[in-house]
Ligand binder design. Sequence first.
Ligand code: HAM
Length: 417
Amino acid sequence: MPESQPVRATRGVRDILPGERPAWRVAEQAAQAVAERYGYQQLETPIIEPVELVERGVGEATDVVAKELYRFQDPGGRWLVLRPEGTAGTLRAYFEGGLNQGPQPARLYLIGPMFRHDRPQAGRYRQLYQFSLEAIGEDSPALDAEVIEVAWTWFRDLGMKGVSLQLNSIGDGKCRPAYRQALLDYYRPLQPELCADCRRRLEVNPLRLLDCKADNRFVKDAPLITEYLCDECRTAFAGVRRLLDDAGIEYRLNPRIVRGLDYYTRTAFEFWHEAIGGQQNALGGGGRYDGLATAIGWPATPAVGFATGLDRTVAMMKEEGVAVPAPAAAEVLVVPDGPLLEPAARVGRICRAVRSTAVDYSQRSLKAKMRSANRLGSRWVAVMNEVEAAREVVQLREMGSGEQREVPWRELAEALA
Ligand code: HAM
């Protein structure tokens, strides 16, 4: 980049500016509230993880690993990744932090950035944010239904109406091989007509052909997983559905939901929004992943969870006209008329005891400062010149009414309360 050029953000990432943050905060606070209402506890895991965690956990043949992984060598020569998702790291932390020794299931959630070198387009970012929630250490189908209910309640708490739940079971190690074979038998003769991605995926993971983005001509006649489920998977799936029915949660049985990460067994689901269509623009997704623990070298442990994308959810909140507060401006602005840095800072501290307060330290004219005070949107402006500073008073103006009066510093807290 020539040195004369201003430095800009790298492709596919963006800033979330103060004007947008209130909507994000609403979504994050609702996520914390609902997760904790269901007994889930927050954790943080590192953004950098060993490459093996993701390769072995998420699967080397998945797009997330094969095409989208931020992989790099640190100065010590160790291969690391920027985490593309939160589940593998959460499960690693569950074992390393000894949560597997505590009460089961461990109910955990995480809110934070993930990184995928995706092709940038609407709703796809290279730094994306997820609300990711996991119930680890128990295999009851009630937990599958519970995590779905948490996500469902979150969307409802946010006031969103256009969200639908797409539900499927993708079987387990016992019944999926037969289904895989049925898909191979169906797709192999069609191979010359498949898109490049599907040809590549066919032998590695034929299930992924069901959510081909480029061409879905052949999907409608492909064999359905539902016809191949073993008795255990069938019973578990029926249990999940009964629990969802009982909770009054509507879902669409969708045998094409296969998910893009390798670790799923049995329940798989996605949340779609009517305004962005399905599949490639899901608001969230998840499922059961009983095989992930052994894939990353820890003892076999059942688990289920979901992640919702905050970027897309916030966009859909806006689309649906969900009300969010305006970005908070300082309630009080202290405006010294003249070089009065210390008195202005002092008045600022006094006001802050009761109200959020900013101080205008610039050397502009009073008129210019008052203009910017108006734009800032503070409720009160406390103006003082040198004489007033010496007398320890300010002129306190309520911007809405235009009312102004002299207030001694020591009475400011009371006047603003
Ligand atoms: P995922 O389906 O890969 O699942 O991602 C979940 C959500 O993250 C997506 O539905 C989408 O809203 C958001 N997302 C993914 N990639 C992007 C992107 N490039 N830009 C914007 N948003 C994006 C998982 O990550 C699993 N760990 C979910 C899970 C948790 N399964 C079990 N527990």
